[in-house]
Design a protein around this ligand. Structure first.
Ligand SMILES: Cc1cc2nc3c(=O)[nH]c(=O)nc-3n(C[C@H](O)[C@H](O)[C@H](O)COP(=O)(O)OP(=O)(O)OC[C@H]3O[C@@H](n4cnc5c(N)ncnc54)[C@H](O)[C@@H]3O)c2cc1C
Length: 331
């Protein structure tokens, strides 16, 4: 048995039949089974039971930075910790990723859901993703266009049946400091350097989100729902203080955290699971929670939001049962 407790930031005590920590690209040549679960730090997943099968942990670590005419090209292993990379880059005065500071997880997972925060998504800077196809056993490269980045999605997320293990990510970071300051909390200030902006982002995130090293969680549990204009107008009439962000095509993005809060679910505790007091969108392990307690809490929160707003929240975290990824409906 392979203990997965250190590889899921909810801190749930689960295991898999087998597991390998992949430390170099050549390690993958020894893996003959394609029916595996690939993990980095497990900060975007909920494991609902023990996994029947093999888990591969991406721990391929290296970082090569080359100075081109107008940009820096950064080649980084899939097992590198994103936040450690950002700290290193800002120390060197290289900017672009500082808005993504303090997001947990590995570089290998970052393109999968095109991670984003404070108006920046990693996909913008990704030039190439190198994968090992566990079925064909060939190395494959994906250009920026082939990655098909969207809001919290990508080719890798949409085509998980291809069993692509991300070994290396190449980033292209333009020279000069061009901060993205469109979000509340950072737009009110000026920043002299990428390092100063990173410090502010880290400070803001600490205020809002629990550190998984201290309290088990997987960040935002549900996605912010998008509704059409008619639904938005109806809700706005009932809840005049409803926060909403218009999308280009006329729909509206609603804040799932606000909906959960208004449905009376902020800071609640069910068994050993709960919702975070400062941000209701985050489900937490209050200590020793079992997977079924997190599942029961998620169901309760979803039902309360459905009851009050007639909206069905969808999970942002990826949910795994004993035989692989499952949808909310299969849970
Ligand atoms: C406190 C907290 C705050 C967060 N804030 C944000 C935020 O602001 N924005 C945001 O976008 N996300 C956020 N997240 C979610 C999470 O940090 C990201 O999704 C991160 O990229 C997950 O990295 P990981 O290594 O933990 O991936 P895992 O959770 O281990 O894996 C996530 C998915 O990627 C796949 N995967 C992992 N590694 C590989 C690989 N090498 N090759 C192929 N597939 C792979 C897995 O199979 C799984 O489906 C937050 C999470 C937490 C706990």
């Amino acid at each position: 048995m392979f203990d997965l407790t250190p590889y899921n930031t909810f801190g749930l005590q689960v295991s898999s039949t087998a597991g390998y920590v992949i430390s170099s690209k050549s390690d993958l040549r020894h893996i003959t089974d394609a029916d595996v679960l690939i993990l980095g730090q497990g900060s975007d997943i909920l494991l609902t039971e023990d996994i029947e099968g093999m888990v591969l942990i991406d721990n391929i670590k290296f970082c090569e930075i080359s100075d081109e005419d107008d940009c820096y090209v950064v080649k980084v292993g899939g097992g590198n910790i994103l936040d450690e990379l950002i700290a290193k880059l800002v120390d060197l005065g290289i900017s672009g990723l500082e808005n993504l500071s303090a997001i947990p997880g590995t570089m290998g997972a970052a393109p999968v859901q095109n991670i984003g925060a404070y108006g920046v998504e990693i996909g913008k800077y990704i030039e190439d993703v190198e994968c090992f196809n566990l079925i064909s056993r060939e190395v494959e490269h994906f250009s920026h266009e082939q990655c098909q980045f969207g809001y919290r999605t990508s080719y890798f997320k949409e085509h998980k049946e291809h069993k692509l293990f991300i070994m290396e990510v190449t980033l292209k970071l333009p020279k000069g400091f061009h901060p993205v300051l469109s979000y509340q909390g950072i737009r009110e200030q000026e920043f002299a350097s990428p390092k100063a902006l990173r410090s502010k982002v880290v400070e803001l995130r600490k205020q809002k989100l629990p550190d998984p090293k201290e309290i088990g969680n997987a960040g935002s549990f549900f996605k912010n729902p998008t509704v059409d204009a008619q639904t938005y107008q109806k809700l706005k009439a009932r809840f005049p203080d409803l926060p909403a962000y218009p999308n280009a095509e006329g729909s509206y993005k609603l804040a799932a955290g606000w909906l959960i809060d208004r449905a009376g679910c902020r800071g609640i505790t069910h068994g050993k699971a709960g919702t975070w007091e400062q941000q209701a969108l985050v489900l937490v392990n209050r200590g020793g929670a079992k997977p079924h307690e997190i599942v029961a809490l998620a169901r309760y929160v979803r039902a309360e939001v459905q009851h009050m707003f007639d909206l069905a929240l969808e999970p942002e975290v990826r949910i795994f049962g004993s035989h692989g990824e499952i949808s909310w409906e299969q849970l």
